[in-house]
Design a protein. Structure first.
Length: 397
């Protein structure tokens, strides 16, 4: 093993302190200025080539090894969510209404720890490591500009991780092939004719029509997609009306569509537009449907996933590796992985009794078992060392 236990013990409390600093000062997508400055502050003395302000507030750091070889990328996201924290932690968010409820503070800390350990081992590296601290993942607006700015130029493979509160700390989960779903956005406006709530016959009620659209759209999956093909249509916002006794002119809805196969994904816009239009017409309303394809599924390269497993078996033990089913969650890591071979995996962040009952991602009570940080650091570090040991394994993906 590269890193003596004494070095890990020295680094661990520093990383916990850094993670808590980020947790206290969370920043929303495209506003991660303080977070980026903290990252640069930590890595500036280490002699890497650093680019900041990438894709907004992204940071790219290149570590050159002592010997020629391929470039491997490790990626973490840095933004937070518009959620009011309710954990009671002593380092709770100091920004009202903003919280690291998706664990990006942990992701950033893990990548920073791996960077520090690999910088100390650069004399052993046959190649280079590129560290991507990506902004704006939560709004799916970070990976694309990072790629446009050259984040993947010359990179042979890429790896990333995401905490999972329902999986105990010390374990990881992955699978080859499709790992997470494609994400598409749905915006619907239902228009009628407003008036007094006591005189509905003089109005065309868009609220009733919108309610029918909400329930009717579920048949886009339950009655038009094969039962063994995963798909989800969820409407997350409904906005309409100004008072309890006024029928409004319009109601706006927004939602998300998640699919695993491209065949199912390609058919969803027509299904949703048709159902929404016909339901609205049945209620004498007009409707506008905007369907936006956002990111494809996260697909793990089989060879890269096998390398992750070998690394985990050697470092944390094979009994701590969980083979998981694909998630209907999504990630703009998909944009990296569709361009070059890559692998994304879950890092357990829950307590010993973690399970589906644990407050999960995007929950105001979500907490991170900080022992997971060094597990992630170890995996990222040893993975890069194994790929850049001069054997040429990274070319096999």
């Amino acid at each position: 093993m590269f890193t003596p236990e004494a070095e890990k013990a020295r680094l661990a409390p520093q990383l916990v302190a850094f993670r808590r600093e980020l947790h206290r000062q969370p920043e929303l997508s495209l506003c991660e200025e303080r977070t980026a400055a903290a990252i640069v502050r930590e890595i500036a003395p280490l002699g890497l080539t650093i680019r900041s302000g990438v894709g907004g507030h992204g940071v790219i750091a290149d570590l050159a090894g002592a010997f020629p070889g391929p470039t491997v990328a490790l990626r973490a996201d840095i933004d937070a969510l518009p959620i009011v924290e309710n954990t009671g932690l002593p380092f709770t968010s100091q920004h009202d209404g903003v919280m690291h409820a998706c664990g990006h503070d942990a992701h950033t800390t893990v990548l920073l720890g791996a960077l520090k350990l690999l910088a100390a081992a650069k004399d052993r590296l046959h190649g280079n490591v590129r560290f991507l601290f990506q902004p704006a993942e939560e709004i799916l607006a970070g990976a694309a500009p990072m790629i446009a700015a050259g984040a993947l130029d010359g990179v042979s493979e890429i790896y990333g991780l995401h905490i999972l509160p329902s999986l105990p700390a010390g374990r990881i989960a992955s699978t080859p092939g499709t790992f997470m779903a494609a994400i598409d956005r749905l915006d619907i406006v239902v228009e009628g004719r407003g008036g007094h709530g006591s005189m509905p016959e003089q109005c065309i009620d868009p609220i009733v029509a919108a309610a029918a659209v909400v329930t009717g759209l579920q048949t886009a999956v339950s009655r038009e997609v094969h039962p063994l093909e995963p798909a989800v249509v969820s409407l997350g916002t409904i906005n309409g009306g100004t008072a309890n006794n006024i029928i409004p002119d319009r109601v706006a809805l927004s939602g998300t569509v998640r699919t695993l196969s491209e065949e199912v994904r390609a058919a969803m816009p027509e299904r949703i537009e048709r159902l929404t239009r016909l339901i609205a017409e049945a209620h004498r309303c007009r409707v506008t449907v905007a369907y936006q394809r956002q990111v494809p599924p996260v697909v793990n390269n089989a060879a890269c996933e096998a390398k992750l497993r070998r690394t985990a078996e050697r470092t944390i033990g094979g009994e701590r590796i969980v083979s998981c089913k694909p998630s209907m969650g999504g990630e703009d890591f998909a944009l990296y992985a569709e361009r070059i071979p890559g692998c994304f995996f879950w890092l357990g962040s829950g307590g010993p009794d973690a399970g589906s009952h644990s407050p999960g991602l995007h929950n105001a009570q979500m907490v991170v078992d900080e022992s997971c940080l060094m597990v992630g650091v170890t995996l990222f570090t040893e993975l890069a060392l194994g790929l850049l040991d001069g054997s040429g394994e990274s070319q096999d993906a």
